[in-house]
Design a protein around this ligand. Structure first.
Ligand SMILES: [Fe+2]
Length: 352
């Protein structure tokens, strides 16, 4: 498993600025200690996942509860315009859909784009520093995101929440963003392996590419439905991960028939159901990839202890959400609406 750079920030007492001045051996020691700490803190949520995935509990309680929520919410589903309906249709057929910032035309996009480019440039510069020489991916910090609130606001746009609600068929939780700068080192680690996300029965990630992404630039890849089913039947655990060569051994060398590879220009927006479908960020080989990934699932997710993993604290989310419309605020503050046991289990701190 790979430790999540966002989450390391929560438990990690050494700011990256200070690490600039640490000798290499000390930096590696700190990383090792952080990982060990995150693994320990993740034990309760890993145990809770095992319990929730036990066939008896799943079939007797969690699935009936999910189906009843779907039935109750059916009369309240939003009306979609043709663009939104087209995205939902693609998602239902292939688990992935593409649009552009221009297509979506969300208010505030120009400001969003400007600050996103600024943060991407800062991460690119940071990636050249020796303190980050061992990182395959850099993530925008809590301070970076708080200094650029337009990033958070863009993801809470009513249009995006309508698309998510229509796909999930349930009220939506907006789980914030992770801003990644993925280095062109070809390394296979963490979310660069094939995996499924664990937050809910279904969920959506919305990714925005901040510069052109071609085949060698780390495109997002998602398994097509039939191949996904084959892969799901080959795991030894509910959420297995696979190396790319293992997937090719199972599904064949011609990956064009079993996956969607999402290349695109700057400003491409990818919608993907990352809970149902195996997916990965293809390791970038020639050019680094800067992209923002927004997370969404149902307002009462199956495994809430895998959500809430953006770099922000709940108080910071509350502060940023205050500028959103009421329905988006409710989506962003989903943790406040959880029943008590869901809030007590500490958040998992490992990404994949
Ligand atoms: Fe993922």
């Amino acid at each position: 498993m790979e430790s999540d750079p966002n989450l390391s920030e929560m438990v990690h007492l050494t700011p990256w600025v200070a690490m600039y001045h640490s000798p290499d051996w000390l930096h590696r020691g700190q990383q090792f200690a952080d990982r060990a700490c995150q693994r320990l803190l993740s034990i309760p949520s890993d145990l809770a996942l095992s319990v929730a995935e036990s066939p008896w509990l799943c079939q007797r309680w969690l699935r009936p509860r999910y189906e009843s929520q779907l039935t109750q919410h059916r009369p309240h589903l939003p009306q979609l315009d043709p663009l939104e309906a087209g995205i939902v249709e693609q998602l239902r057929h292939r688990g992935v859909a593409a649009a552009s910032l221009a297509d979506l035309d969300i208010p505030g996009t120009a400001e969003f784009w400007e600050v996103a480019q600024r943060v991407a440039a800062a991460l690119a510069e940071r990636s050249h520093h020796p303190a980050f020489a061992h990182c395959h991916t850099l993530t925008a910090s809590r301070a970076d995101v708080m200094a650029a609130p337009q990033l958070f606001w863009w993801g809470g746009a009513p249009r995006l929440l309508r698309i998510v609600e229509a796909y999930l068929q349930l009220p939506v939780a907006y789980d914030g963003l992770s801003f990644y700068y993925s280095c062109a080192d070809g390394r296979v680690a963490g979310p660069r392996k094939w995996h499924r996300d664990k937050e809910d029965w279904r969920m959506l990630k919305i990714a925005v590419y901040l510069h052109p992404v071609n085949r060698d630039g780390g495109p997002f890849e998602s398994m097509l439905p039939e191949a996904n089913q084959t892969l799901r039947s080959h795991g030894t655990s509910p959420y297995p991960t696979f190396q790319h060569h293992q997937v090719k051994a199972l599904l064949g060398e011609d990956s064009g028939i079993w996956r969607t590879q999402c290349t695109g220009t700057a400003g491409t927006v990818i919608f993907a159901d990352t809970a149902t479908y195996f997916h990965r960020g293809r390791p970038p080989e020639r050019t680094p990839r800067a992209a923002i990934f927004y997370g969404y699932f149902s307002h009462r997710p199956k495994h809430p202890f895998y959500g809430g993993r953006s770099p922000l604290t709940q108080a910071q989310i509350r502060q940023l959400a205050a500028s959103l419309p009421p329905a988006s605020q409710r989506a962003a503050l989903w943790r406040d609406y959880l029943p008590i046991p869901g809030r007590w289990i500490p958040k998992n701190r490992l990404r994949v």
